[in-house]
Write a protein that binds this ligand. Structure first.
Ligand code: SF4
Length: 446
């Protein structure tokens, strides 16, 4: 059972030293109880108290690592019902279904196509993570051979899907090195699947007919020593699937129900008759607590929107996305190339750099740290003031790379021209367009 704030407080040093970032041990205890603080933030907790507090400080939804290598990822680990309360931590993993009776050439072709679905956005590589291999005929050799092909010839990690422990065992032997998720233990095969997961130290999905039905199954598996579980409430109807997800998340977060404190897996591929509808259901699953979402196919037009949705839902709402302060080269600029400056809000950077690239004018782009604010907000908040901009330009070293000391500033920051000129004697400060879309015409006209 999770401890209350007062119970946690009794185990803390009570020195009120403030090193954890809050004024008192009591405040820290309350934050820990509500999942808003990490135990490691207090350096003075005794080992004995740490052991007792471990359960209270563990995320109410257990984080489960799946896969190996650079494509390894974690699902679960969430601490809030709503993103704006803090943030959601671990992105919903996207999976695509293949069957064990699929022709080898079809599988190879699909894997090649799906591997190519990678999208660059605000400096991040967006791509799906998993192939879910489903046993459809109980032939363990065919299942193992497909698992081997997926593991060895693609970057995807795997979900192995079979109700037969012998078939599952063959699949594990073929791709254990990729730490696949086993799907699924049910009332009928719980012990055999549990033993396989335990022996091979692999994550295991557990399936029931209802959300409540998951509780005795996950308790039994936990007693077997298995903690890396993923839950399937069995619902394949949109309304009940959504209700189950909300109920599971609430039970784990609000009631401290450890038996439901695991990430979930959802199957839009079994909830719709066409990929467009599947994609819309997947969008709901991403927004409402799906840990892993399985589709019947990936297409560019279906995948890209849900990857973007996922990116937006899983970014920290309290921290704007930023790029590092510094000098960025657009094309191969030389000593005669123009110098532009803007803020370090990631979207600003990518829009401005994209427009400069599109203009085919090589340029130096200076990015000043504005704590992730866009130009107008940064200027209004004093994070893009003329004297600061001047000091940054001096320190950046751009003067050593150019002959003609002209700096183009964003049109929305026109009011800071005078202050920059004072800070940068010998420079010409030019006010550029307000909108990045007008940069190509502006640069070509210079
Ligand atoms: Fe108390 Fe530890 Fe925080 Fe210091 S760091 S105030 S001892 S909880």
């Amino acid at each position: 059972m999770a401890l209350t704030g007062i119970q946690i407080f009794k185990l803390l040093p009570k020195t009120n030293c403030k090193e954890c970032g809050v004024p008192t041990c009591l405040a820290f205890a309350m934050n820990l109880a509500s999942g808003k603080a990490e135990l490691d933030s207090c350096p003075y907790v005794s080992d004995e108290a740490r052991e007792q507090l471990a359960e209270a400080s563990a995320p109410p939804i257990h984080p489960v690592a799946i896969g190996k290598g650079v494509r390894r990822f974690t699902v679960g680990g969430e601490t809030v019902l709503y993103r704006h309360e803090k943030t959601f931590y671990n992105q919903t993993a996207l999976a695509v279904l293949v069957t064990s009776d699929m022709a080898d050439s079809d599988l190879a072709g699909k894997l090649k196509t799906w591997n190519a679905f990678q999208f660059e956005r605000v400096g991040l590589n967006l791509r799906p993570e998993l192939v879910a291999l489903k046993d459809v005929n109980g032939e363990k050799d065919a299942f193992a051979q497909k698992a081997k092909t997926i593991a060895e010839t693609s970057e995807f990690n795997l979900v192995l899907m079979s109700e037969d422990a012998e078939v599952m065992k063959a699949g594990i032997e073929a791709c254990k090195f990729k730490r696949p998720l086993l799907y699924a233990a049910s009332a009928a095969n719980l012990e055999a699947m549990g033993e396989l997961a335990k022996e091979n130290e692999l994550p295991l999905a557990v399936k029931a007919d209802t959300a409540e039905g998951l509780i005795p199954l996950s308790e039994k598996l936990t007693r077997m020593g298995l903690n890396d579980l993923v839950l399937d409430s069995g619902s394949r109807e949109i309304k009940t699937a959504l209700e189950d997800q909300v109920a599971i998340r609430r039970a784990a977060l609000k009631d401290g129900n450890r038996a439901l404190g695991f990430p979930t897996i959802m199957f839009p591929c079994e909830m719709a008759s066409n990929l467009d509808m599947e994609t819309m259901i997947a969008a709901m699953c991403i927004a409402k607590y799906g840990g892993i979402v399985v589709l019947s196919d990936f297409t560019g037009e279906g995948l890209f929107p849900i990857l973007l949705e996922r990116l937006n839902i899983f970014t920290d709402p309290q921290r704007p996305m930023t790029v590092t302060e510094g000098i960025y080269e657009i094309g191969n600029p030389d000593e005669n190339s123009p110098v532009l400056i803007t803020t370090n809000f990631a979207l600003t950077y990518f829009i401005v750099s994209g427009e400069i690239e599109g203009s085919r004018v090589t340029a130096w782009l200076l990015i000043k740290d504005s704590e992730g604010l866009s130009v107008m907000t940064a200027w209004a908040a004093g994070k893009f003031a003329g004297d600061d901009v001047g000091v940054f330009v001096k320190k950046s070293g751009i003067a050593d790379k150019i002959k003609n000391k002209t700096l183009i500033i964003p049109g929305y920051a026109a009011a800071i021209v005078g202050d920059i000129e004072e800070e940068l004697p010998g420079w010409t400060i030019t006010v550029g367009p307000r909108e990045a879309a007008h940069l190509p015409a502006f640069l070509k006209g210079k």
